[in-house]
Design a protein around this ligand. Structure first.
Ligand code: UT7
Length: 338
């Protein structure tokens, strides 16, 4: 038996924030041209105050379960990938489990940032193929907007990220062709500080520092917001994503040009264009939707899969590669026959 993705679904909050809105609403010193030229991003969606990643995940999860032809009680495992959980603990998977009314069903979080969906998918594949679970709900959900410095000081990071969730149901199939045929995951913790958010710092008691002048506990700006060495992340993302797909092709005895679709993590359109050019693939085989949603981290790949399936661009029998890279550094890839 081999695991396969039985359904795809996504949800983004209704509030669409364009690049021009970053200037007019948040008074960030940036321009639509700068953001589009450097990243390809035209807009992102921001969830309202009080909404968390499990709230965004709930409609996507319900839709994915329905599209798999299942009832919610058929789900026997939840794997929730996020870097923006409601709280440091417990995980967002537990909050989602309660919202879905799935008391008793195991729920775990995967904290592997932009590679989170691929790490979660590999976990689900393992659960299904080992017989530990039959129908695994795999979610990538992020509420980034709460963790962005939406001022000119934070503009390099703030213009990149958006909120949203994607969900898939992973099940088993006896079809000898179909399914998640191969996966590879990697990490290089030497770059852990190149992209991080350190607001929760258990190395110190208390977690937040005391201002010596006021005696009040404060969170300094460099801990509150995400920090990124953009150029180092960019260079490593291009390198690791290209090598991941090339390794995948070698291991599976195929050429990159045999792939019908390469579904890349959506961090920067220029990263994905480098990957596409190096693999010698035409634009329609390496689709992007970063224009609309920005980087939704663990949610980018399942959101893009859902859109491609709705548009009729992702069809049964297609050879599909998934590939992602992010904070940690972490990366991963998957070879599927859809
Ligand atoms: O999933 C993984 C997550 N992240 C990524 O994959 C991101 C990877 N990195 C990147 O995508 C790019 O590094 C960025 C798009 C974030 C930045 O592009 P860059 O070409 O590396 O720009 P930079 O940070 O070196 O900044 C160049 C200039 C600076 O001005 P000066 O010092 O040359 O005068 C910045 O202050 O652009 C300025 N700048 C901006 N200007 C207008 C930075 N952000 C902005 C902005 N609007 N939003």
């Amino acid at each position: 038996m081999r695991a396969y993705i039985a359904s795809t679904a996504f949800f983004v909050p209704p509030n669409r924030v364009t690049n021009d809105d970053l200037v007019s609403q948040f008074h960030i010193d940036t321009t639509n041209d700068w953001i589009v030229q450097r990243t390809g991003i035209e807009a992102r969606h921001f969830a309202d105050d009080g909404v968390g990643p499990s709230d965004l995940a709930e409609p996507a999860a319900r839709d994915a379960i329905a599209r798999a032809g299942l009832q919610k009680d058929d789900i026997d495992m939840i794997v929730f990938a996020t870097l923006s959980p409601e709280h440091a603990f417990p995980g967002s998977g537990c909050y989602l489990q309660a919202k879905l009314g799935l008391v008793g069903v195991p729920a775990m979080d995967v904290r592997n940032q932009c590679s989170g969906f691929l790490y979660a998918l590999a976990s689900a594949k393992g659960f299904v193929e080992s017989g530990l679970a039959k129908n695994v709900l795999v979610v990538g959900g992020e509420k980034h907007s709460a963790g962005l410095d939406l001022s000119t000081a934070g503009r390099t990071v703030a213009c990149l990220f958006g909120d949203g969730a994607g969900a898939v149901v992973v099940r088993g199939t006896d079809d000898p062709e179909r399914g998640i045929r191969w996966m590879n995951l990697g990490a290089d913790g030497r770059f852990a500080d190149s992209l991080s958010q350190k607001v929760w710092d258990s190395r110190h008691r208390p977690f937040v520092k005391k201002d010596p002048e006021t005696g009040k506990h404060v969170v300094p700006a460099d801990m509150m917001w995400a920090n990124m060495d953009g150029k180092v992340v960019f260079k490593n993302a291009v390198e690791k994503m290209i090598l991941s797909v090339m390794g995948m092709c070698m291991e599976n005895g195929i050429e990159a040009t045999d792939l019908d679709l390469v579904v890349c993590h959506q961090a920067n359109m220029r990263i994905n264009e480098f990957v596409r050019d190096q693999l010698g693939l035409p634009a329609d085989k390496v689709p992007n939707n970063i224009q609309k949603y920005g980087n939704t981290t663990a949610a980018t790949i399942p959101i893009l899969l859902a859109e491609l399936e709705r548009d009729g661009r992702l069809k049964p029998g297609m050879k599909v590669a998934l590939v992602g890279f992010g904070s940690g550094f972490t990366w991963g890839s998957a070879y599927l026959v859809w």
